[in-house]
Design a protein around this ligand. Structure first.
Ligand code: CP3
Length: 342
């Protein structure tokens, strides 16, 4: 199928004249117009579940910087929320969830409410999709089961992941029940996003790097493959970007085992290695250190030039290696965009 959106061309493995780009967390607190809108709302979830606000926030970075793709403004934790787990975003503290510790806690989760609870996300996607020009693509997304499970079991962010890893090691059957529920609900959520107008999907596995390689296969590769297969049953052509942050050497097994079309690279992946080993298998996306963007100046320029030099001879989407930091000066983003475009 012919389309003229450079981002989608690259995801399908073709090369384009210009390097398409977008930035993870491109909507958010580094933008004054986001902070202004946020100050009028009752917190993050209130914005994410107001389809008008979510649409507006999704478009804010596109208006300023003209990225090749918009990503719908939402969060990976809307799945636990839609399954009935209590979730709060406390200002400056990150997400807090009611902890899941036992099989009984997991059995209480209820997928029956998902459709109603997530309908504002689908409405926001339809709204954004009607407002984008014919060069800009719309990305839908979800967290991968492993990463979402870390938040559900730990009750929020973690530094050591002891509770979730302990459950995975000592009670793999109970943990598998949680992962299976997340596979089903996440696949359904992604399919509904495509129905609503998402043209590509990204699966964020932000904490895949904390597992050894056997556990990585069990809890990262297998569930991701199940999701990819389920989505492809409904939408065989939809491009899916996998982002197994921190996977290191396991990037190769992930590329071969999950069936994703495109590999999102974190900043630790050496770009020359990626060009030689990963890019012949799949298009790649990445991987400027978001702190190089925050710092700006020559360090940012040199790092971005090196990434472009190493990866632009194959199918490549410029991105960061993780989300934009909230203290990033908007002028640095402007300078980076100028560089990518020239
Ligand atoms: O990329 C985008 O612009 C789309 C929006 C998006 C958000 N979260 C909005 C958000 C996306 C793709 C995410 C993904 C996400 N959320 C991940 C995976 C990517 C990653 O960063 O590793 C994870 C782990 C989360 C969980 C999450 N959500 C955390 C840990 C936090 C608190 C930390 C923080 O940055 O405040 C959030 C809140 C969140 N999600 C904000 C935004 C804009 C900040 C909300 C606010 O206070 O305004």
């Amino acid at each position: 199928m012919e389309n003229n959106k450079p981002f989608l061309e690259v995801l399908q493995g073709r090369k384009t004249d210009r390097i398409p780009f977008w930035f993870m967390r491109q909507a958010g607190r580094y933008l004054p117009e986001y902070r202004e809108l946020r100050s009028r709302k009752n917190g993050f979830l209130d914005m994410a579940f107001d389809s008008g606000a979510a649409c507006e926030i999704t478009l804010q970075p596109i208006r300023r910087f003209g990225m090749d793709a918009a990503i719908i403004f939402s969060d990976i934790l809307v799945i636990p929320y839609a399954l009935g787990q209590r979730l709060e975003f406390l200002e400056g503290e990150g997400p807090k969830l009611e902890r899941l510790r036992t099989g009984a806690d997991i059995a209480k989760l209820n997928p029956g409410l998902m459709e109603r609870k997530l309908s504002p996300v689908y409405e926001a996607i339809a709204k954004v999709s009607s407002k984008l020009d014919d060069k800009t693509a719309l990305i839908g997304f979800a967290g991968a089961p492993w990463t979402v499970a870390t938040y559900m079991v730990e009750g929020g962010g973690s530094k050591d992941f002891i509770a979730v890893k302990k459950m995975a090691y000592s009670d793999p059957q109970t943990f598998a029940a949680l992962i299976d529920l997340l596979v089903e609900s996440t696949a359904h959520y992604l399919i509904r996003q495509v129905e609503a107008g998402a043209e590509a999907l990204q699966i964020f596995d932000s904490w895949s790097g904390v597992l050894d390689s056997d556990e990585f296969r069990k809890w990262v590769i297998q569930p991701t493959k199940q999701i990819v297969d389920l989505v492809r049953d409904s939408y065989p052509q939809i491009p899916i970007i996998g982002f197994p942050k921190g996977a290191g050497y396991n990037y190769m097994a992930y590329a071969e085992g999950t069936g994703v079309n495109v590999l999102g690279l974190d900043s630790q992946v050496p770009t020359k290695w990626a060009a030689r080993v990963l890019q012949p298998l799949k298009p790649v996306q990445g991987n400027l250190d978001p702190i190089a963007l925050l710092a700006g100046g020559d360090a940012m320029k040199l790092a971005a030039e090196r990434i472009i030099a190493d990866l632009s001879s194959g199918p490549f989407v410029f991105n960061l290696g993780h989300g934009i930091h909230k203290d990033t000066p908007v002028e640095h983003v402007e300078q980076l965009v100028k560089m990518i475009r020239s």
